[in-house]
Design a protein around this ligand. Structure first.
Ligand code: HEC
Length: 142
């Protein structure tokens, strides 16, 4: 009985997985909490000279999920003409984490560390400039 069910369930899981991947709405805050973990992994990788760990964490940062469109709209409504500046911080984090990933793969410590420092600056700069305002507008809509 069990034997017959297992392949059926496995088949269902394969069918259902992509659907939940599409409909599973995240939030900016949840994305940030994941970024925090990857950030810790990357830092740990540098501290332990573990380039595989750096590469893995950097790629996870680069490929972080998109902010849901409703939240993007709320943020744009709050920031107005400053929205491109906000977006640009995200682009910087994306590009620098990719650079860090590639450098870590090639065991190029200097390039990887420089990309890491630039990325950290972009995380902090966005927080200093926008975190409170954006958190407030998203909380209000929650
Ligand atoms: C484009 C702007 C921007 C960038 C870039 C950015 N953040 Fe954030 N971050 C925010 C905002 C806005 C919040 C507040 C979210 C909220 O409270 O709803 C936040 C909140 C956080 C939090 C707190 C989450 C919590 O539980 O309250 C952490 C941790 C965090 N970010 C980590 C990072 C890391 C790590 C990076 C870089 C790899 C990063 N962020 C880059 C905008 C940014």
């Amino acid at each position: 009985m069990l034997k017959k069910r297992v392949p059926l369930l496995a088949g269902l899981a394969i069918i259902l997985l992509p659907i939940t991947a599409i409909t599973d709405e995240t939030t900016l805050k949840a994305i940030m909490q994941e970024l925090r973990q990857h950030f810790v992994d990357v830092s740990d990788g540098f501290l332990l000279d573990d380039f595989d760990k750096v590469a893995e964490g950097a790629l996870a940062i680069a490929e972080h999920p998109r902010i849901p469109p409703e939240q993007v709209q709320l943020v744009a409504g709050e920031l107005g003409a400053e929205m491109p500046v906000f977006k640009n911080f995200d682009v910087q984090v994306h590009e620098l984490s990719l650079e860090m990933y590639k450098a870590a793969k090639e065991r190029d410590r200097g390039t990887a560390v420089a990309a890491y420092q630039g990325m950290v600056a972009a995380c902090f700069d966005c927080h200093f400039a926008y975190r409170e305002r954006v958190a407030a507008v998203l909380k209000e809509a929650d």
